[in-house]
Design a protein around this ligand. Structure first.
Ligand code: CA
Ligand code: CA
Length: 384
């Protein structure tokens, strides 16, 4: 909902001042200065344009750098190594090496999954997802072995924006990929492309027979939901529900509950408008589209997302934690079943790209490096 400011004189004319209390402006979020946060921020290690990270069972951390480097960092010793064997990535704009996650049975099969922007013919590009066996050496590094590309955006198109390419596994072992609309708008509603969609696959990239559009065949069979813009964060809650945030255009960032076969409306509706000023009808004009659980205007520019399952920060268990790029913040979301609201916003003073929960429940962040090249790995140390 857009907040509406009505001048006092006009409000008086309309008789609003005499009526029962009506919230004309949405209540401000609880903004929390770092001095009052339940954590202190520790700068741990700098990376070159870091984008995503994931913890290994031994407590070490895989970190992606957009130029195509997969780094292995040991927080206990401070040792930093490199994992060789990443395919050539199309690095530029929002493109490059992106997400990294472990197979749910990693301890047994050592499979890691990476997403990245892949160059095509004539300057085009598209997101790709590959899996490989992670082989670690004794020197704090390693390599990707037997890499297979298991999914691609179709078609590859011009430009360097809105790849999405977040990946996650659910508790049934299905692989989820956010495939953003590459700043091309209409493909998000076109079932002949897999752009602007949430994708659901088996762990080897094959298409599950019970996907909602399986009977359409082609790339439509991969699709779980459609009508998305740019999804840079996906997470499952304790009940197994999938939540995804997406960057809106000028206004209208969203947090969505992802439900089988639904259409989330972009570019037909959005609570924001196009950057060139062209209006887009709001969600409430078209109830057939799934409306966001939370909508932000002004935007937060969400990137990175966990739903916290630890005990190290009072009151956070079950909360969503979303990084903010333009808002330079960490946003805490409180869930109530299928409802959600922004509960708190911590002013971090830097663009936050990625959020991850460590094995002991500590929250780690990556500072965005796309603007000046370097970004800190940050650890949030609980205050006792
Ligand atoms: Ca991660
Ligand atoms: Ca929407």
């Amino acid at each position: 909902m857009k907040s509406t400011r009505i001048p006092l004189a006009l409000a008086a004319t309309l008789g609003l001042l005499a009526s029962a209390p009506v919230a004309l402006v949405a209540p401000a979020q609880a903004r929390v200065a770092l001095a009052n946060a339940p954590f202190a921020v520790a700068e741990v290690q700098r990376f070159d344009s870091p984008w995503a990270m994931t913890f290994l069972p031994d407590g070490r951390l895989l970190v992606t750098e957009m130029a195509g480097n997969l780094r292995l960092f040991d927080p206990a010793s401070g040792k930093l190594g490199t994992v060789a064997g990443v395919p050539k990535v199309a690095h530029g704009g929002q493109g490059g090496l992106a997400d990294v996650v472990l197979h749910p049975a990693f301890a047994g099969n050592q499979l890691v999954y990476i997403s990245y922007s892949e160059a095509g013919e004539g300057g085009t590009a598209g997101a790709a997802v590959a899996r490989a066996r992670l082989v670690l050496d004794q020197d704090g590094g390693g390599r990707l072995d037997g890499l297979q590309v298991i999914w691609r955006q179709q078609p590859k198109v011009s430009g360097q924006g809105h790849f999405g390419q977040r990946i996650a596994f659910d508790r049934d072992g299905k692989l989820w990929i956010s495939s953003s609309e590459r700043q091309k708008f209409d493909p998000a509603q076109d079932m002949k492309t897999n752009l602007g969609k949430m994708i659901r696959l088996d762990d080897d990239g094959s298409v599950p027979a019970d996907n909602p559009f399986a009977d359409q065949g082609g790339v439509a069979a991969q699709v779980w939901t459609l009508g998305h813009r740019n999804i840079l964060g996906v997470a499952f809650d304790g009940e197994g529900r999938l939540w995804a945030h997406e960057m809106g255009p000028k206004g209208g960032d969203e947090l969505n509950l992802i439900e089988r076969g639904d259409n989330y409306g972009y570019p037909v509706v959005s609570n924001g408008d196009h950057y060139d000023g062209k209006p887009i009808p709001d969600h409430d004009t078209r109830p057939e589209f799934h409306a966001p659980a939370v909508s932000w205007n002004p935007v937060i520019s969400p990137a990175g997302f966990v739903i916290y399952s630890g005990d190290r920060y009072p009151g956070w268990k079950g909360s969503g934690l979303i990084g903010g790029l333009s808002s330079k913040s960490l946003v805490r979301i409180a869930f109530d079943g299928t409802d959600a609201r922004e509960a708190e916003r911590f002013d971090m003073g830097r663009r936050i790209r990625e959020v991850e929960q460590g094995p002991d429940g500590t929250i780690w962040l990556l500072e965005d490096g796309t603007r000046d090249g370097q970004g800190w790995l940050l650890r949030l140390d609980p205050k006792s």
